[in-house]
Design a protein around this ligand. Structure first.
Ligand code: GDP
Length: 424
């Protein structure tokens, strides 16, 4: 495989982590290029079960170099905690296998406070933030009011820069929200505890990636969340604050010259959505509870019950287009095994007609799902490893989706473990 991006096609939580973990076998480098610790990739392998928030999913493979690119929200506190946690479970980490871009902006302690304070102020109108400070972080990055990780290597200049930002930030904290101000002593302690240990992992990752590219290495770009959470193309304002699309990978990774030959879009066999915002195909009541239970749909980061629904072909087609996906991985097909009939949202009823077009975000609330039902298979498929092992109805469901979505489904996942996968 040449360069490849693995991206989410829906609202996130599609199972990207398990796909990256599986495919890293074919890659030399894995790069995270956007987002922060606000979502969790669940990976189950020989080391155990992990909810990765910031670390690239390639850290479990020997010989793979993992990179956090400049587009990521580098939260030193969370990253250092996560690094210690995986090391405790036997995963080796070193500056040779993990490289942090010196051009990545730092998520500072007040970003989390501001996230929390703003959600509290919004009360009923809240966005459903995970309160990890991501929105305040990206706002500050684009206002040029945060610190680049590489500045940690220049303590004298850093101190003045941080003091200047703190002065401005304290005005907002105290005058807008009535919250306590930060002091330099607090920040110095924070840097000592969480930033110092990261310093040896910092480098010019752009230079490293260019070298890898020139040496013909295969690079895997790992995204967080999904198309519908993309800042520019998603369900704004219920999006995340970065670009979750493959097109952002060259910029956010530190390798603007990257050519990405394959975009593998991860699609779940049904829909889930965490937090607020329009979710046209949403199911309620007992039907929803049964699906939530079957798929264990509770947030990896927050433990919040996820909203659930049938697969939404309208949103999924839109998600594929936005990602320019070349192939799909269909995950969690095994979860649907309990259903006699499988509901599918094939079109939206919108403005008096049925449509396959994904509406403008403001109008999504006026769309209703048009459902059709496909035949279920009603038996356990989690041990299937070849296409022929799947019951006829399951194969027909996959073929139906492939035709409707207009993109080849190359992987069918039937369980969370690395080997629970069918390659087509
Ligand atoms: P990500 O952020 O896209 O990596 O997704 P999450 O980790 O939040 O959610 C995916 C969840 O589904 C994790 O708990 C995975 O272990 C699990 N999972 C992934 N693929 C499958 C599958 O095919 N079947 C089942 N039953 N679980 C899966």
């Amino acid at each position: 495989m040449a360069n490849c991006a693995i991206v989410g096609i829906n609202w996130g939580d599609e199972g990207k982590g398990r796909m990256v973990d599986l495919l890293t076998e074919n890659f030399d480098v894995v790069v995270r290029y956007q987002g922060g610790g606000n979502a969790g990739h669940t990976v189950i392998n020989e080391y155990g079960k992990f909810a990765l928030h910031l670390l690239p999913s390639g850290i479990f493979r020997k010989g793979v170099v993992n990179v956090l690119g400049n587009g990521v929200a580098l939260d030193p506190e969370n990253l250092w905690r996560e690094m210690r946690e995986v090391a405790r479970q036997g995963v080796e980490l070193s500056p040779e296998t993990l490289k942090l871009s010196d051009r990545t902006s730092l998520l500072l302690p007040w970003h989390r406070d501001l996230d929390e304070l703003e959600e509290k102020r919004l009360a009923e109108k809240k966005y459903g933030s995970t309160k990890q400070g991501i929105a305040p972080f990206y706002s500050d990055k684009y206002q040029k009011k945060t610190i680049l990780a590489g500045e940690l290597l220049y303590p004298q200049e850093l101190r003045q820069h941080l003091a200047d930002i703190m002065e401005w930030k304290n005005l907002i904290l105290t005058k807008v929200y009535g919250a306590p101000a930060y002091t330099m002593e607090q920040l110095e302690k924070w840097m000592e505890t969480y930033c110092e240990p990261l310093k040896s992992y910092l480098c010019d990752t752009g230079e490293f990636l260019r070298g890898a590219q020139e040496a013909g290495k295969n690079i895997l770009f790992e995204a967080q969340l999904g198309s519908l959470r993309d800042l520019d193309y998603g369900i704004y304002p219920y999006t995340t604050s970065s670009n979750t699309t493959a097109a952002y990978a060259p910029i956010g990774s530190g390798l603007p010259s990257a050519r990405i030959q394959e975009v593998i879009g991860v699609v779940k066999a049904y829909s889930t959505c965490v937090g607020e915002g329009p979710f046209v195909c949403e199911m309620f009541g007992e039907e929803a509870e049964a699906l939530r239970k079957a798929g264990a749909e509770y947030g990896a980061k927050t433990g919040r019950p996820r909203r659930v629904g049938p697969i939404d072909l309208v949103a999924t087609r839109y998600g594929i287009e936005v990602q320019a996906a070349t192939r799909l991985a269909l995950t969690k097909l095994d979860v649907l095994s309990y259903l006699e009939k499988i509901p599918v949202c094939s079109r939206y009823s919108f403005e008096g007609e049925e449509t396959g077009r994904f509406p403008f975000p403001t109008r999504l609330k006026d769309a209703a799902p048009v459902l059709e039902y496909r035949e279920g298979w009603n038996c356990d498929i989690s041990s299937a490893r070849r296409w022929e092992d799947l019951p006829r109805a399951a194969r027909e469901y996959v073929l139906f989706l492939e035709q409707e979505l207009g993109c080849p489904i190359s992987y069918v996942s039937v369980g969370p473990e690395r080997e629970s996968i069918i390659l087509r």
